[in-house]
Design a binder for this molecule. Sequence first.
Ligand code: FAD
Length: 379
Amino acid sequence: MKTDVLIIGGGLAGAATAYFLAREGVDVLLAERFDLNTQASGANAGNLHIQIPHETFVTEGDNWAREFAPTIPLMLESVKLWTEIGDDIGCDLGVSTTGGLLVANSEHEMRDISRKAAIEQRWGARIELLGRNEVRACAPYISRDVVGGAFCPDEGRANPLTATPGFAAAASRHGARIVRNTEIHALSQTGGRFTACTRDGAIEARRVVNCAGADAGSVAGMLGINLPIEGHPIQMTVTEPVKPIVPHLVYAASEKLTLKQMNNGTFLIGGGWPATRRGTDGKLAVSLASLRDNLRVALSVVPALANVHIVRTWPAIVNGTADWKPVLGEVPGHAGFFVNVFPWMGFSAGPISALIVAELVLGRRPSFDLKRFSAMRYG
Ligand SMILES: Cc1cc2nc3c(=O)[nH]c(=O)nc-3n(C[C@H](O)[C@H](O)[C@H](O)COP(=O)(O)OP(=O)(O)OC[C@H]3O[C@@H](n4cnc5c(N)ncnc54)[C@H](O)[C@@H]3O)c2cc1C
């Protein structure tokens, strides 16, 4: 098979990049080793984040946050895209932006929140600091132990089950070819052309976009490129549907928590609690200790959850980078080889990362300063 642009990976990054290129008339072939949307993009919580993750702020510190904060303009633009793009691709993405509320149980946590908010505001995020009574007024479902918080009105949620398939279907309508069950197991570059080896033969391409999520490091390694992308097993829990109680995306400053109620009444509860790898093949399993602790934190913030049954908990691998920053763009010294990896919050950032990388493949000037997000930082 021959193509102009080969996209490796059929998660949100790959499907959205395929869409933005195909709609410009580019000849695109997307190869996915399993089926579309079977990894992080289909297993995630669907939160649309803008705020800097609080736990990481506390563990990594203010300097880290200042380095990371240039991702905020990308997140803002991505959430805007989320609210618009469903019409373009003809898909209900289940987007709702009713705001994200980070709550504190102590004055100490409140001081951390306000230092983080100052950094976020500097990069354009709308963050409102709230006292105890203001939290109660805006979110009466929150525990009385909460002393205050920060509210970002632009955060929300979208549906991970429809997003990647929606982008992929729209890409196909614009002529993109999508091949499933097709793992790229070797990749080489000679004379400005790439050859990708699959079980069913070679794919030749003029350009390659690496959208392999947690495996993007292995794909880059096929060309001898050092790209230290991590994969961390984490887990999510969904409850039975109940009447509407919580309109916001809720976080806790005390421990890992993200929590929200979906349109169908179910709660999705997570926050990055670790799952377990089992046996010699590293199969993922739910950690009961994480489940217990995740639910304990959830209950302490939203006491009404005490009456709600959980239905399912599942593990999945999240793509990570040590500095939490994305890797976006052409790899220096490897003309024609592009990377689209947005770690940890790659669902929120999926549309903008894909649009940026597509612009770069099209030879256009990107609308953001991408210096900090180059693969160059790995030497
Ligand atoms: C439990 C969980 C909850 C999360 N919650 C949120 C959230 O609420 N909000 C948020 O913003 N982010 C969240 N994330 C992170 C987010 O899901 C990811 O950052 C994002 O989905 C990454 O998208 P991707 O397309 O890069 O990767 P993936 O969806 O993992 O897709 C990569 C694809 O590449 C394929 N692939 C890999 N190697 C090859 C190869 N050699 N050949 C062919 N195909 C290959 C894989 O099979 C896979 O389908 C969460 C992640 C997890 C696991």
